[in-house]
Design a protein around this ligand. Structure first.
Ligand SMILES: [Fe+2]
Length: 246
């Protein structure tokens, strides 16, 4: 298996606040392809009271869009996941229903409230680990409690969490502070995934290529391989659409 992965984005059309049409989806996927990505895990939001499109409905949209994508991008692979916003009912929902999980069912891409306390983050991580689920913490550079103390990232990793940051933060599009924090965490080897979190062809477009280039030159080729290929392959390889349909 070859090619880099984008494991967090809102490119699937009409299911959350991401892409609004098939045309926008095709443009975003083309951008991914142009920037070296060959595997895309679509991760539409699930957030109680805000983004509640049923998982089955997302699967129907995915199956429909997949036909077009497979035809237009024959060297790419597409997968369906979810970005789950942590809430008190999380374990009751995710436990019995693995459609909220990432491909393969071993991990949940988990988003938290930006002001959430560290103790609460840790409780969610522990609850998921207790069920043998790997929490992939989405864009960790956004959570206030983690910005104050980088040692907390080590604590989360020791508890079994995997950590994701957004490429916009790596390339400075989210401000100098976010970039400095991300580069420090990358240098310390604390980050497991860098993803686009792309929402549209405007202000939240795909910037994977620039992030890959930055990481290659500032952190090293091995780090880029680990972040964009080896780690995603380890968790998600083998669970693409055509396999799950057959
Ligand atoms: Fe997201």
């Amino acid at each position: 298996m070859t090619g880099y992965w984008d494991i967090h984005n809102h490119i699937l059309p009409g299911v959350d606040d991401g892409s609004g049409s098939l045309q926008e989806t095709l443009e975003l996927v083309k951008n991914e392809h142009d920037q070296g990505i060959r595997h895309i895990v679509f991760t539409p939001h699930y957030r109680r009271g805000m983004f509640e499109v049923a998982q089955e409905e997302k699967a129907v949209v995915f199956a429909r869009v997949y036909e077009t994508l497979a035809e237009q991008f024959p060297d790419m692979h597409f997968y369906l996941g979810c970005e789950y916003y942590a809430d008190p009912h999380m374990m009751r929902r995710i436990g019995p229903d693995d459609s909220y999980r990432m491909p393969g069912g071993d991990a949940v891409l988990t988003e938290f409230g930006y002001e959430m306390k560290f103790g609460t983050l840790m409780n969610v991580v522990n609850a998921l680990r207790k069920e043998d689920i790997i929490p992939i913490m989405a864009h960790i550079e956004r959570y206030q409690c983690l910005l104050k103390d980088m040692d907390l990232l080590t604590e989360l990793k020791e508890a079994g969490a995997m950590l994701q940051i957004n490429c916009d933060s790596v390339i400075g599009k989210s401000g100098f502070k976010a970039k400095r924090y991300c580069m420090k965490a990358l240098e310390a080897g604390l980050i497991d995934f860098v993803a686009s979190d792309a929402h549209n062809t405007g202000s939240r477009n795909v910037h994977m290529g620039e992030a890959i280039k930055t990481i290659r030159s500032k952190i090293g080729e091995d780090a880029a391989e680990k972040l964009f290929r080896i780690n995603p392959e380890r968790l998600f390889a083998g669970y693409e659409m055509h396999r799950s349909l057959s």
